[in-house]
Design a protein. Structure first.
Length: 485
């Protein structure tokens, strides 16, 4: 039956930069290749992508690097055999017998196939998906007859094996960060803001509550409920809706959580999260960052992420200098300070005294406080900026996820190769820069060791991936990181 049943894993994340040991991912499925231009934005993509390129030339490198760092036994010494053209990428295909099946680089589609081997779960999930997608009763019976592996593929891609489409794809499933977030030993499940992500949330919920991999954490799964009588609220009561996505949640230390209130995460959800996380004693401090509700700043992880204990990358318009208009003359400064639309509001609540929050008037002050007080860092706190803080490159490169980096360990981060000026900022701050193609060769030959590499920006191929509007922070849901000493 399910291949993970004997495996017990540790779920624990208490920082953004501790050595990554286990994460959830989803490799691009055929649904991404069916997004049509007229629906792209409804499905939260900026453009249509070329499926073969996004898989073979881009995402496969992400998979390789994750395996070299997290589960080297699956790949080291086997690269030539794995990438042999005769193999037709079977190593990378979740429904294939040759799939890499790692319990450290964990593929969602594989977990879904696992739980569908249970007849009762299969019946419930088929009925639930059919209800969401308004399928006919005959179609429901047809889906129930499918094998677990094929059904998992259909639930995600929306397509039968003969290429007949049953319902819309869920192309955002590659952004696993948004389905939930691990906070210490707890899992906070999301409530997506957009209808296009409803099926994702349902599939994720069934996996977390039913897969043996997470059996020991059943009581630690937190779901936010909707506002009381939410169904009676008029349309303009949308801000009362409870919507939360993982890209707006960052675990910066064991005791401190950041929650963004954004285009995708509502104030109501933030409020509920604070209440439940404080009640359960999950963290002691929660900082709310209200960011402008603009497509450019979808989640807080599109405007900043952490690189090292004392190094952060962010978009310069949220820096101290920009927020205080320090480069402006006196009149200009006073007038600019009264503009509301691009304001960032930062409010920090403490469990022991929620009535007396602390306020920060810019992002750099907050991040400095985290580095110094939460992480007890004695070194100078440094900031790198999107596009090296030069207009228009700052805005252009933030749009292509220059601030959305994933730390494999402290100081070793994955980012897109297209953000040239941001790369210059890393180099100027003493970081080595290596392209994924070269890194994979060096890791395979043993010239670079995943355990000893440090202070490095790994550049990932990005021509197609960047069209989907999410970087590697978005494409990862860390399940386990080492504690940072």
């Amino acid at each position: 039956m399910a291949r993970h049943h004997s495996t017990k894993i540790k779920v624990s994340v208490s920082s953004e930069i501790g050595r990554l040991r286990r994460l959830l991912v989803h490799s691009p499925d055929s649904g991404l290749g069916k997004v049509v231009p007229s629906k792209a934005q409804d499905w939260l993509f900026e453009d249509i992508v070329h499926l073969d390129t996004i898989r073979r030339k881009e995402y496969d490198f992400y998979t390789k690097i994750l395996l070299y760092f997290l589960d080297p036994e699956k790949i080291k010494g086997r690269l030539a055999e794995i990438d042999d053209e005769q193999k037709d990428r079977c190593f990378y295909k979740p429904g294939d017998e040759g799939f890499f099946r790692s319990d450290k680089v964990v593929e969602l589609q594989w977990l879904l196939a696992d739980i569908l081997t249970d007849h009762e779960i299969k019946l419930k999930l088929v009925a639930s998906v059919c209800a969401i997608e308004a399928c006919s009763y005959d179609m429901q019976k047809e889906l129930q007859k499918m094998s677990p592996v094929q059904l998992a593929k259909t639930f995600i891609s929306g397509t039968l094996s003969d290429d007949e489409m049953l319902f819309a794809p869920i192309p955002n499933f590659i952004f696993t960060r948004d389905i939930g977030i691990v906070i210490n030993q707890y899992v906070l499940l999301n409530k997506p803001a957009k209808k296009a992500r409803t099926r994702e949330a349902l599939l994720a919920k069934y996996i977390f509550f039913n897969h043996p991999l997470f059996a020991e954490y059943q009581d630690n799964i937190i779901e936010l409920s909707d506002t009381h009588h939410h169904f009676l609220l008029p349309r303009e009561g949308d801000d009362k809706k409870v919507t939360l996505e993982g890209g707006d949640v960052m675990v910066v230390s064991r005791d401190h959580l950041l929650i963004g209130v954004s285009e995708r995460t509502s104030l109501e959800a933030a409020q509920q999260a604070i209440k439940v996380l404080f009640e359960k004693g999950v963290v002691k401090k929660i900082t709310i960052l209200k960011i402008p509700k603009k497509r450019d700043y979808m989640h807080i992880d599109t405007i900043f992420t952490q690189v090292k204990r004392n190094v952060w990358i962010l978009l310069g318009i949220f820096s101290k200098k920009a927020m205080k208009h320090e480069d402006n003359d006196a009149v200009q400064r006073i007038l600019e300070n009264n503009k509301k639309e691009d304001k960032l509001k930062i409010i920090q609540f403490r469990k022991k005294d929620p009535d007396n929050p602390e306020y920060f008037d810019n992002l750099e002050d907050l991040l400095t406080d985290i580095s110094k007080n939460d992480l007890e860092c004695t070194e100078k706190v440094r900031f790198l900026y999107s596009g090296n803080n030069v207009f228009p490159f700052d805005a252009r490169e933030q749009w292509t996820d220059s601030c959305n980096l994933l730390a494999l360990k402290e100081g070793v981060v994955l980012g897109y190769d297209r953000n040239d000026k941001t790369v210059e900022a890393f180099k100027a701050n003493g970081f080595s820069v290596i392209h994924a193609h070269d890194l994979v060769v060096s890791l395979e030959k043993g010239e670079i060791d995943a355990d000893t590499i440090e202070n490095t920006l790994i550049l990932m191929p990005s021509a197609e991936l960047s069209r989907a509007r999410g970087g590697f922070h978005c494409m990862s849901m860390p399940l386990q990181r080492d504690e940072i000493g």
